[in-house]
Ligand binder design. Structure first.
Ligand code: CA
Length: 228
């Protein structure tokens, strides 16, 4: 577990780092926003603990910069007093949690552990290929935030193919996994289902280049294209 702490108040940084070390976390500390953003952008951390009021560059600007660059490292904000507006802005910018000062380091550690459990659970439940996302819990497929309106069977088929982008699946494999029972392999039930999925995806513009994400591989079956 590697944590980046960006905090300019030395007393707070010292007790947080000491608490992290006691817990067995590796802790790197930056005392200003410029270094904090630089380290967060160039190195990999399990979680970033980010103070809002910082010299050089404030925490919200750092958070915004990271999320804009596609950095999804979980972030916990440290807020002073009752900075309600900052907290709301922070959450809308993509912070995962916040903690108000003063706090006990034990509470911060508990929040980090809860956050990482949540994030790892979410990651397993979301499949993503390019901008196409499939949520196994809500059973929704979205493209740039827009939902592809799929039936249960169509969803299962997309999920099966999306688990291994680029891999070709035969019709028999697809039948066994998505339909659960043996059809005559010469049936066109899969092809019909895929045509419907392609149509639904095309209607909301999936695959900006006009090609469907589900490719036919002649004589073999289908595969999910790796989308840019
Ligand atoms: Ca500060």
């Amino acid at each position: 577990m590697k944590v980046l702490l960006v905090e300019d108040e030395k007393k707070i940084a010292d007790f947080v780092c000491a608490g992290f070390k006691e817990q067995g976390f590796a802790c790197e500390h930056c005392d200003n926003g410029i270094d904090g953003f630089d380290r967060a952008s160039t190195s990999s951390f399990d979680v970033i603990v980010l103070d809002i009021m910082l010299p050089g560059r404030d925490g919200l600007s750092i958070l915004k910069g990271l999320r804009k660059a596609g950095n999804v490292t979980p972030v916990i904000l440290l807020t002073a007093r009752n900075e309600l507006d900052d907290r709301i802005e922070g959450l809308s910018l993509g912070a995962d949690d916040y903690l108000s000062k003063p706090f006990f380091v034990e509470e911060l550690i508990a929040r980090i552990q809860a956050l990482l459990r949540r994030v790892s659970g979410e990651r397993q439940n979301i499949l993503a290929v390019g901008d196409l996302k499939l949520d196994r819990i809500s059973r929704e497929v979205t493209w740039c935030g827009e939902t592809v309106d799929l039936t249960g069977r169509e969803f299962n088929l997309v999920e099966y193919l999306m688990r291994s982008p680029g891999r070709v699946f035969t019709r028999t494999q697809i039948l066994e996994h998505v339909w659960d029972y043996d059809f005559d392999p010469s049936t066109n039930i899969i092809d019909v289902c895929i045509q419907r999925i392609r149509k639904k995806m095309a209607s909301i513009g999936v695959g900006a280049d006009g090609a469907s994400p589900i490719e036919s591989v002649r004589g073999v079956g289908y595969r999910f294209r790796k989308l840019a």
